[in-house]
Design a protein around this ligand. Sequence first.
Ligand code: RB5
Length: 147
Amino acid sequence: MKIGIACDHGGFALKDFVKETLEDKGCEVVDLGTDSFASVDYPDFALKALRMLMRGECDRIILMCGTGIGMSMCANRIPGVRGSLCSDPYTAKMSRLHNDSNCLIMGGRVIGEAIAKEIVDAWLSTPFEGGRHKGRLEKIELIPSKI
Ligand code: RB5
């Protein structure tokens, strides 16, 4: 699986660990930055990864910022992106089973490495259940951008 990863300074500490975790599992990782603790704007880095995903240049993406909230807001603006902000492995598993998550988001200031590893493991290994959930996801895509 090819995975694009991106973060801001708040997610930077977690990014290298996530990258190693993915590589250990045999994933091809494209690291889109940021590459230091210097302050940056998370939408700039979200956009790099979101473009990659929507252009079909990777299978899934992982975004990290301080809380995960800003990255989550960016991800779920884009039709076709199913971003799941996860702080525990159960939510990560359900985000695949029921929501077919193609974008995992984590807060680098919220979770530690051990939980992040369990989240990534669950998110990578759990398939989409389909069935009744497929129609619900199709309905998300029908929500107009202005209501
Ligand atoms: C950066 O300080 C912080 O606001 C950002 O990483 C993120 O948590 C935003 O949602």
